[in-house]
Ligand binder design. Structure first.
Ligand SMILES: Nc1nc2c(ncn2[C@@H]2O[C@H](COP(=O)(O)OP(=O)(O)OP(=O)(O)O)[C@@H](O)[C@H]2O)c(=O)[nH]1
Ligand SMILES: Nc1nc2c(ncn2[C@@H]2O[C@H](COP(=O)(O)OP(=O)(O)OP(=O)(O)O)[C@@H](O)[C@H]2O)c(=O)[nH]1
Ligand SMILES: [Mg+2]
Ligand SMILES: [Mg+2]
Lengths: 277, 287
């Protein structure tokens, strides 16, 4: 039996509320509170001590989640972006493309959302803004075919990275999830390996459904990483804690605004500090 | 399921007579877990369960044969009451009536505009779809495509939304449009909407200002509702209920901000709009 400190009722309530308000969820909150109590065993317990123990616990829970993005050696690299409707995929694709271009790379955008109204138009406007080429077919085309042609073009024209934007879909829709698996297989066929990054784009305002999203998208395409959007404003994105506990996927980037420059690498310390303030 | 969990909590007591205080608390704790896991705001959970606890004691739940079912029934009743109220309808006041859709980024406003337009046509109205989102890339194209699909008029109000809407309201009389459905820009979470929005709502005397929220939204839902206070929101639409998000926001906002939920979005097509059912929502939230 590991000793643990006894937090008084007020401190306990306050600690729980900080975590619940940040969307950490009831299960992970209970785990974190226990861990804080263990850390404070035999110490004087004031709010500063609790805050420090809390930050330490969260940093530990997010161990392995910070991984700086490095573009793979083999060209072209393929980055595939997936996620539920409205999570911020298209905007994030454009932001990452801009970042890669700033670093001297030559990105090609692939508009594989052939379903939603004006999805192709949206990516084309962003591509134009960035001076980057967008590979697209007509609305209603098969996403696999667009990806196939995008890759073929990238390989022959010497692009060094391909970013694939896909249609939003709720993770419980099996045929749509299978379609994603098919897109991954198209890449495998052309490249001889799956997309170098299969990135789940998660909205920071999502609550406990985030875990279901991560689990089911992981089943569909084998996720390699996450991007968390809309961390500007009041959202704290605590729902990534349950995801970290179950899947331990790295978070490559965070979106902090609607502009194409509003993208930052994920930093555990900063994220934890913002979550617990 | 919650019924099973509560059943287990109370199972040991079958035939034992009265419930102890500790056992009532254990039951309420299970319900608290379920509501928090369903994204109901933690303050709403606290207030709701305090009320249920009071009622449970007053109703002498301890003497019932199925305390789990009784406790759940009390919770469900509290929830349904908070979400139900009188069946709230669209006001559709004014000539033309102006209905404005507001909400955080990506919640489904533009798609819902199309759904409402189709719904209003079936109710005998003549809606026009208006894009008042000057910021999002291809926002006009997206709404114009929906309008075309539905065979309805579309007009942009993106160069100067307030002035454009005034012009469009006059044009509505000539064109015999009797409702203007106005799509607006998404805002960052918890932040006030675009500057022109409160003025646009005031100038057009919009009788319906609908806050469009994603059913998967977590604890931010209340803050989002409050951020739109300056817009005079009249009702809520909860989208993406065709997924497995429990939708706790459907309880938090009516209970805390008195905002009724008018519709549920259940898919990406124009026909995927349903009236909101409080009883069904209560069951969904309770899991
Ligand atoms: N405030 C804020 N808004 C964001 C951020 N990322 C995306 N958005 C906004 O969120 C909305 C949805 O973004 P999209 O990129 O269209 O999302 P999507 O996942 O591609 O949507 P679908 O393709 O329809 O599933 C837009 O209004 C974006 O401007 C962010 O980091 N912060
Ligand atoms: N499955 C499902 N998807 C929906 C629903 N409502 C909207 N969507 C999808 O959610 C995504 C975002 O919808 P939009 O209508 O572009 O959202 P928005 O609020 O206008 O976004 P911004 O203008 O960028 O703030 C799109 O992929 C829609 O097809 C719904 O009820 N169910
Ligand atoms: Mg998109
Ligand atoms: Mg929109």
């Amino acid at each position: 039996f590991k000793g643990k400190a006894r937090l008084d009722q007020d401190a306990l309530l306050r600690l729980e509320e900080v975590l619940l308000a940040a969307d950490v969820g009831p299960e992970a909150t209970a785990f974190i509170v226990r861990s804080v109590e263990e850390k404070l065993a035999g110490q004087a317990v004031d709010w500063n001590a609790i805050q420090a123990a809390l930050e330490e616990t969260l940093v530990q829970a997010l161990n392995g989640v910070e991984r700086p993005f490095v573009l793979p050696r083999e060209k072209p690299a393929v980055l595939m972006f997936v996620g539920v409707n409205g999570s911020g995929k298209t905007t994030t694709v454009a932001k990452v493309a801009r970042l890669l271009r700033e670093e001297g790379h030559n990105p090609l955008l692939v508009a594989a959302d052939t379903f939603r109204a004006a999805a192709i138009d949206q990516l084309e406007v962003l591509g134009q803004e960035l001076g980057l080429k967008v590979m697209a077919h007509q609305p209603g085309a098969d996403p696999g075919a667009v990806v196939h042609d995008g890759l073929a073009h990238a390989r022959s024209a010497g692009y060094d990275v391909v970013l694939v934007d896909t249609a939003g879909r709720l993770q419980t829709k099996r045929p749509l999830m299978e379609e994603l698996g098919k897109v991954r297989r198209v890449v495998e066929k052309v490249q001889g390996r799956p997309p170098d990054e299969r990135i789940l784009v998660i909205d920071a305002t999502v609550g406990q459904n985030a875990l279901s999203q991560a689990q089911l998208f992981h089943e569909a395409v084998g996720l390699t990483s996450l991007a968390v959007t809309k961390l500007d404003g009041t959202a704290r994105g605590g729902a990534v804690i349950p995801i970290a506990r179950h899947l331990n996927l790295p978070i490559l980037w965070v979106g902090v605004g609607e502009g194409l420059e509003d993208l930052e690498p994920f930093r555990t310390q900063e994220f934890v500090r913002a979550l617990t303030r | 399921s919650l019924t099973d969990k509560l059943g287990q909590v109370f199972a040991r007591l079958r035939g034992k007579g009265t419930l102890t205080e500790a056992e009532i608390q254990a039951g309420l704790r299970e319900i608290r877990q379920a509501l928090l896991a369903a994204d109901v705001h933690y303050q709403v959970v606290r207030d709701l369960l305090a009320k249920v606890e009071e009622q449970a004691r007053a109703q002498k739940i301890v003497q019932s044969l199925t305390p789990a079912q009784q406790l759940l029934a009390l919770v469900r009743q509290e929830m349904t009451q908070a979400m139900g109220g009188e069946a709230t309808k669209l006001k559709l006041s004014g000539k033309p009536a102006v209905l404005v859709l507001v909400g955080p980024a990506g919640s489904g406003k533009t798609t819902t505009a199309g759904k409402l337009a189709r719904h209003l046509v079936r109710k005998g109205r003549k809606p026009a779809l208006i894009c008042a989102d000057p910021f999002r890339p291809a926002a006009e194209e997206q709404l114009a495509l929906l309008a075309k699909k539905l065979g309805l008029p579309f007009a942009p109000a993106t160069s100067d939304p307030v002035r454009d809407l005034t012009t469009l309201a006059q044009r509505a009389a000539r064109e015999l449009w009797d409702v203007l459905i106005v799509d607006t820009p998404g805002s960052p979470p918890g932040e006030s909407p675009a500057d022109f929005l409160p003025e646009l709502i005031q100038t057009t005397k919009a009788g319906d200002v609908l806050l469009v929220l994603d059913a998967m939204v977590g604890q931010e839902a209340l803050g989002m509702g409050q951020a739109f206070a300056g817009c005079g929101v009249t009702g809520l639409i909860l989208t993406k209920l065709d997924g497995d998000a429990r939708g706790g926001a459907a309880l938090s906002l009516p209970r805390r901000l008195g905002l009724p939920v008018l519709f549920a979005g259940t898919g990406e097509k124009p026909e995927d709009l349903e009236p909101f059912h409080p009883q069904r929502m209560a069951d969904r939230i309770l899991g």
